[in-house]
Design a protein around this ligand. Structure first.
Ligand code: GDP
Ligand code: GDP
Length: 454
């Protein structure tokens, strides 16, 4: 299932990043930091309302008083071309400005569904403020206060309701090729022989395409000729050792000849959609390059999304021992969670380690769905408490009494106790690590829910 793309546009200061943070519930947006892409465009996955969807904050637009305006404008407008719906934000307190009018003309030419969104309605008369925006000639504005979240959910219900309605008539591209698609059906998701959806992500030139070719070249390729627009990631079903996988290819292997350079090849939108559609994500790193902030962000985003993660450190061939040491150190220092996952050192080019990589995918998939028995959970909790007591808060020790499994995929562990709100993050991490070690839950995020009282 491809998630729709919602772009936020508007003059600087109307509240786009405030709305972005509210929709994505994060301050940690992904920013494309490759040469040639604007840095001020932010991407995230929206979960407020009937999500998920990809949100793009296009940055400031419509205030032509800056020398960089034209460059920025071109960039931002390109983001609009990738969007399924556009939220055009205006400021209820300021009223219509010339910048709003310029932007309205630009948007009208693009022929996309535009939602006029009047922000900052806290403390203003909505009818009076709204009347001002009639002159733009757009639909009646939707009123929100992004800062408090007022009206935001209703807005997203309307926007996504409209998009899903539209989508119903467009045929599923998979339908024609006879390939099984996964709808978000829970029962089907749990079927034992269902293919594991694996996204292969990473920066340009780390070796994603080489890895995919290696995987499907060696194995029986069921179908690999699906039409798709430039924006879609392609899904490649294949089997290995009797286990079915579907690779979600963000590299565009099939389109290689039509794509000129690395910058063009990388799409944050495609990557976010692939992570969202996947059960396990293979993040490919290039052992011959330094680990970048973008790499760390992609990994962080994958874990936050609750997806399983396998780290493939590629191009391991031809590395002198001291460079192997360097990359191991970097993994430790820059990513700092090697207790989370076991990196796999591979050479996609020669095929070394690739089999183990898929074993790890299957392992992570199983770990995310593992049944954790209540007695075993409580034994681990008790051992952890003995090894290291929780701290005192206002003279009283935080009590953690008992644990049980609250859910799967990702594993959720519920712990009941007293003053659990005050439990320091470091102690949470300590507990999560104990559970991870004890149940061998490598590669899957673990969620801890603390409850005070019974
Ligand atoms: P952007 O430049 O469009 O991304 O705007 P920001 O999200 O950075 O917001 C600009 C300013 O408007 C900040 O000081 C926000 O706190 C404020 N702001 C955003 N949303 C609201 C709102 O709903 N009500 C009020 N009163 N202020 C808001
Ligand atoms: P993508 O942009 O992530 O799809 O990267 P590609 O698969 O196109 O690979 C980029 C470059 O790295 C190509 O020249 C590959 O031949 C090379 N490459 C890929 N995997 C390996 C590997 O395991 N070892 C070495 N030495 N080079 C590799």
């Amino acid at each position: 299932m491809k998630q729709p793309v919602i772009a936020l546009v508007g003059r600087p200061n109307v509240g786009k990043s405030t709305l972005f943070n509210r929709l994505t519930r994060t301050r940690d947006a992904l920013v494309a930091d490759f040469p040639g892409l604007t840095r001020d465009r932010q991407y995230g996955v929206g979960r407020l309302g009937p999500g998920p969807y990809v949100v793009v904050d296009t940055g400031g637009l419509g205030e032509p008083d800056d020398v960089t305006y034209h460059h920025m404008q071109r960039q931002a407008l390109r983001a609009l071309d990738e969007a399924d719906a556009i939220l055009f934000l205006v400021d209820a307190r300021v009223g219509v400005t010339p910048g709003d009018e310029t932007l309205t003309r630009e948007l009208r030419q693009r022929g996309k569904r535009v939602w006029l969104v009047m922000n900052k309605i806290d403390g203003v008369d909505v009818d009076v403020a709204g009347a001002d925006f009639h002159s733009l000639g757009l639909d009646r504005p939707r009123a929100i206060a992004a800062v408090q979240g007022r009206g935001v959910r209703q807005l997203m219900d309307a926007v996504l309701g409209d998009l899903l309605g539209d989508d119903a008539d467009t045929a599923d591209p998979d339908a024609e090729t006879g390939i099984e698609t996964d709808d978000e059906d829970e029962a089907e998701d749990e079927a034992p022989d269902r293919p594991i959806d694996v996204a292969i992500i990473g920066r340009p030139n780390v070796g994603k395409s080489t890895l995919i070719n290696r995987l499907i070249g060696e194995e029986r390729v069921l179908v690999y000729d699906m039409p798709g627009t430039t924006r879609d990631a392609i899904r490649v079903p294949f089997e290995r050792d009797g286990r079915a996988f579907t690779l979600i290819d963000t590299a565009g292997v099939r389109r290689r000849s039509r794509v000129s350079d690395g910058v063009e090849k990388f799409s944050v939108i495609k990557t976010l959609q692939a992570i969202e559609s996947a059960q396990v994500v293979i993040m490919v790193l290039d052992a011959q390059q330094e680990i970048s902030e973008q790499d760390a962000h992609l990994i962080g985003h994958t874990i936050d999304s609750g997806r399983g993660l396998v780290l493939a450190v590629n191009k391991w061939d031809g590395l002198v021992p001291e460079n192997r040491e360097r990359i191991r150190r970097e993994l430790e220092v820059k990513l700092g969670f090697l207790d989370f996952t076991r990196p796999r050192f591979i050479s996609a080019l020669h095929g070394t380690g690739v089999g183990r990589l898929l074993e790890e995918v299957a392992h992570v998939y199983a770990a995310a769905r593992k049944e954790l028995s209540t007695p075993a959970l409580n034994r681990v909790l008790e051992e952890a408490l003995t090894a290291h007591q929780p701290p005192l808060v206002r003279g009283r020790r935080i009590k953690l009494r008992y644990a049980h499994q609250g859910g799967k995929n990702p594993p959720t562990i519920v712990i009941h106790g007293n003053q659990t709100d005050a439990l320091p993050d470091a102690y949470r991490r300590f507990l999560i690590n104990r559970f991870r070690q004890a149940f061998k839950l490598h590669g899957t995020p673990i969620r801890l829910e603390l409850r005070t009282g019974e």
